[in-house]
Design a protein around this ligand. Structure first.
Ligand code: F0G
Length: 461
């Protein structure tokens, strides 16, 4: 690694196919934004210039993956691509059993239904929207046990995703371990800014859970990105490969849910992977109700092949270094301009701190939603709110959750945009920053019941 120190990274691939993108005028964007109710999820992709909404399913596949698509075995049962995927999940993630699902939330639904009974509690290192909702729909209550540093956008802790064992222990003492079917550990933690969990913390949580008979279930959606941070930040892991680190991480868990649309470098796909035979049998039975037969789980054979190949590519050092290098590049440029972002910069995105960016707005005026809308208006760049709108409402009181973090996420699809796109993004954010004092907030005029951030509508105050 020393060799790389003074070299700037470059994309470890060249471009073979291009997809033209359209630039729009400000008038066109004003109209599009009004029609979308100031919600970037409701914009048409056609009206977007640089799409930083999400890294989910937006990745560019390699020629090797596309070649694999032609080898799709579209048999209803026993597709050979299923066995290839199973082999690679076992090899790289290390779990014994695989249940494919159409995407991450399909796996979350199944594990929640099997393990959570009404009245139970599910601790986790910060919530994720779909994960918490499935836990709640199964009758569980989510409890946040992440370290306090995670809620502070400027705290420089290298592993802000870590579980606070004292908080976890307090929950176990309060409700009893028999009321806790498992702890969910997000590696990395999306809502905290793509922040990683250290190997030491994973080991510690594992030994605590073994003592108390609580399972560990990973949300492994960005586990390869987490492995990268362990390699570059945690003592003793400098010389280990990403694959070795990933394997060790997963060895401290009993199961994982996976959105293959991120780390696995595909456009659709996910899985549930497990080590316990009886839970696997139940999951394999349930997947036929909600997703499809247990050897395809809602996916085409070609999708499973692309995911199997994507897993192999995802653990390559050149890939992951450039992937996170790009995100860090944008973060460093924004920081240098004095623009408030979550630090350290995480794995999949740069998160603008909307509270610090628009300090004159109250949280109920939706600062992050406002900032995402303004950035689109300025430049055609699409980002995502990760604040009070995403947090939703408490199922007990019906009131909004008021999360400490009120963020706008500039999320980078893997292998899609160039450094020039990154530069334009920085320039656009800086232009919004220059006129921040004149920006007014929003009011919510339509609110769907579940995962409201996807479809809520707003008007200018
Ligand atoms: N867990 C994490 C940490 C995620 O980021 C996501 C999706 C899921 C689970 C659900 O997976 O979408 O395949 O059903 N995150 C996307 C995002 C939507 O934009 O962050 P899914």
């Amino acid at each position: 690694m020393e060799k790389y120190k003074k070299r700037s990274w470059a994309e470890p691939y060249k471009i073979k196919v291009v997809e033209p993108i359209k630039m729009t005028t400000r008038t066109e964007r004003e109209k599009a934004l009004m029609e979308a109710g100031y919600n970037t999820f409701l914009l048409k992709s056609e009206d977007v210039y640089i799409d930083l909404l999400t890294d989910s399913g937006t990745n560019a596949m390699s020629d090797n993956q596309w070649a694999g698509m032609m080898l799709g075995d579209e048999a209803y049962a026993g597709s050979k691509n299923y066995y290839h995927l199973e082999e690679n999940v076992q090899k790289y993630y290390g779990y014994k059993y695989l249940v494919p699902t159409h995407q991450g939330r399909g796996a979350e639904n199944i594990i929640s239904k099997i393990l959570i009974k009404p009245g139970m509690f599910v601790p986790g290192n910060m919530y994720f929207t779909t994960t918490r909702l499935h836990q709640e729909l199964a009758g569980g209550t989510f409890v946040d046990v992440i370290i306090d540093e995670a809620h502070d956008p400027v705290n420089l802790h290298p592993f802000k995703g870590n579980v606070d064992i004292d908080k976890f222990d307090a929950l176990v003492k309060k409700v009893g371990a028999d009321k806790i079917p498992y702890i969910t550990i997000g590696v990395t933690v999306n809502m905290a800014g793509g922040q990683p969990v250290s190997m030491a913390n994973l080991r510690e949580v594992r030994s605590y859970c073994e003592k108390h008979g609580v399972r560990v279930v990973f949300d492994a959606t960005r586990a390869v990105e987490n492995a990268y941070f362990i390699k570059v930040r945690e003592k003793g892991y400098e010389k280990k490969s990403i694959a070795e680190i990933l394997h060790e991480m997963c060895s401290y868990s009993d199961a994982c849910t996976m959105s293959g649309k991120k780390d696995c470098l595909v456009n659709i796909g996910g899985f549930l992977a497990l080590n316990e035979r009886d839970v696997f049998e139940e999951a394999r039975n349930m997947v036929v109700v909600y997703e499809g037969l247990h050897t395809y789980g809602g996916l085409a054979g070609r999708d499973m092949e692309a995911m199997a190949r994507g897993i192999e590519e995802s653990v390559q050092w050149d890939h992951i270094r450039a992937r996170i290098g790009q995100v860090e590049y944008v973060g460093e440029k924004l920081s240098a301009l004095g623009i408030p972002i979550v630090v350290p910069v995480g794995g999949h995105a740069v998160f603008l701190d909307a509270k610090a960016f628009l300090p004159h707005l109250k949280q109920i005026e939706f600062p992050a939603q406002t900032l995402a809308a303004e950035l689109y208006l300025e430049s055609g760049i699409r980002s995502m709110e990760r604040g009070i709108v995403s947090a939703g409402r408490s199922k007990e009181t019906g009131d909004h959750y008021y999360p400490k973090l009120e963020l706008v996420r500039l999320t980078f699809p893997r292998r899609v945009y160039t450094q020039a796109h990154c530069d334009v993004t920085v320039e656009a954010v800086d232009e919004v920053f220059d006129r921040r004092k004149s920006i007014k907030g929003l009011k919510m005029v339509y609110e769907p019941k579940y995962l409201r951030f996807f479809q809520a509508r707003f008007e200018k105050l």
